[in-house]
Design a protein around this ligand. Structure first.
Ligand SMILES: Cc1cc2nc3c(=O)[nH]c(=O)nc-3n(C[C@H](O)[C@H](O)[C@H](O)COP(=O)(O)OP(=O)(O)OC[C@H]3O[C@@H](n4cnc5c(N)ncnc54)[C@H](O)[C@@H]3O)c2cc1C
Length: 410
């Protein structure tokens, strides 16, 4: 068995890498497990662009030096804080550059189990090795929480898949495909399917698709900026609050937090995506799927339309762009004995101001804590709050010298 480390970090996406950058700078003894940027490299479709602006897509480091802008400059790629969509390819490369430049050693292995021991936690790595850590930071993102909405979930996997199952949408060339959903993921998946030669139809339950406006001019007059401030997650005072003050969001009543974490910044397409959707392929508004069956190797969907009779539609495949739902019961590496000690809210671990759960020494960051810390935890921008706060707590507990935190800048 290995010697005990102060901290183990599980997950090497934007949150895990940011936490590691702060821990390393603070001199904390830690080990880091996960496949760097795996969600982005292996589950998102080739040709995708990020919805977040350039300035809001920075991973957090203690000096504020390893930004997306610095990466683009170093590698001669185009960059703008606002208005120039960040490509998936650039973002994945940025994550890898961040890891290399910050000297972050990541063990490309999976944590398959955690149990509590007197000294802290015992992790099982790749099902065989045992690692002891005094504290653990869980930064495992959304992969385990892909949600295929009913009644689509009853279909066999060769006919219905979640949107995260398709790094390469070109394989649907020549096929008829439904996309169910109304968010950026549904609309961008549909656009990429269409551009890759599939015949696509989008089914939207609501009567309208929401589109974000073009980014506001950062140099607009002060009064306009005061009326509608711009922040990491978008514009407006509510969004500014969610973006910048997770610690205050935490103080709201739990029903408000749950509602806001789910609905704030709800499904909407980016302004730059709109011309690639509208007029390009059918977007069937007000269409709710009531049943989904297989017939002769194809998908048959019964749909109802507001105020009209239902209809049946057929295609070769249906992609459920129906999001992610956190539920700690789906985390196979957390045994029942540990899970039952986790205080949860709508399936998410409740954390304190330092991101520590009800199990002392077990920390959670990212989407999993959105009902406590707010919608910013669903985005890369939230790393600027979570990573320094967690690292400061862990460095303090280890008796290490603390690093000053910097805030995200444009
Ligand atoms: C299609 C799509 C587009 C998005 N676009 C944006 C955007 O434009 N801007 C934005 O801010 N956010 C966007 N998001 C949200 C995005 O998921 C988060 O912002 C970001 O990925 C959060 O980082 P993370 O580190 O928490 O999670 P992840 O990026 O999911 O990283 C978690 C990592 O943990 C690893 N892991 C999981 N379990 C284990 C285990 N047991 N052992 C070891 N490793 C493990 C995973 O393999 C993964 O690499 C998008 C999400 C999707 C699905």
């Amino acid at each position: 068995m290995s010697d005990i480390v102060d901290v183990a970090v599980i997950g090497a996406g934007p949150y895990g890498l940011s936490v590691a950058a702060h821990l390393r700078a603070a001199g904390v003894d830690y080990r880091h497990f996960g496949m760097p940027m795996r969600l982005w490299k292996e589950t998102m479709p080739e040709g995708m662009f990020l919805k977040s602006q350039g300035f809001a897509s920075n991973l957090s480091d203690p000096d504020g030096t390893h930004t997306l802008e610095a990466f683009c400059k170093a590698t001669s790629r185009p960059y703008a804080s606002y208005g120039l969509p960040v490509s998936l390819e650039n973002f994945v490369s940025y994550g890898q550059w961040f890891q290399a430049e910050r000297g972050l050693a990541v063990e490309e292995r999976t944590v398959s189990g955690i149990v509590q021991r007197d000294s802290g936690f015992e992790l099982t790595v790749d099902g065989v090795d045992r690692v002891l850590a005094r504290r653990v930071v869980v930064a495992i993102g959304v992969e385990a929480f892909a949600h295929v909405a009913e009644p689509l979930s009853a279909l066999p996997p060769d006919l219905c898949t979640h949107s995260s199952a398709h790094p390469d949408l070109a394989k649907f060339n020549g096929q008829e495909v439904f996309v169910v959903g109304a968010g950026q993921s549904a609309l961008e998946t549909a656009a990429l399917l269409h551009e890759n030669g599939a015949s696509v139809q989008v089914l939207v339950r609501k009567g309208v698709v929401a589109w974000n406006g073009a980014p506001l001019n950062p140099d607009r007059p002060l009064l306009k900026r005061l009326r509608e401030p711009e922040s990491g997650l978008g514009s407006g005072w509510a969004t500014w609050f969610y973006s910048n003050h997770p610690e205050l969001f935490r103080q709201l009543p739990s029903h408000t937090r749950v509602y806001r974490a789910r609905t704030a910044l709800g499904p909407a397409g980016a302004s730059w995506l709109r011309p690639r959707v509208e007029g390009q392929f059918p977007v069937l508004l007000g269409h709710a799927v009531t049943s989904a069956t297989e017939q002769d190797g194809r998908v048959r969907l019964a749909v109802t339309r507001a105020g009209q009779s239902g209809r049946e539609l057929e295609a070769d495949h249906v992609i459920a762009a129906t999001g992610y739902r956190t539920d700690v019961r789906r985390l196979q590496f957390l045994p029942e004995a540990l899970r039952s000690r986790l205080q949860t809210l709508v399936g998410s671990p409740v954390v304190g101001r330092d991101y520590q759960s009800s199990v002392p020494g077990l920390f959670f960051v990212g989407t999993a804590v959105a009902p406590t810390m707010g919608p910013v935890m669903r985005f890369v921008f939230g790393t600027w709050h979570a990573a320094p706060v967690v690292a400061r707590k862990l460095a303090g507990a280890s008796g290490r010298k603390l690093q000053p935190a910097v805030t995200a800048s444009r």
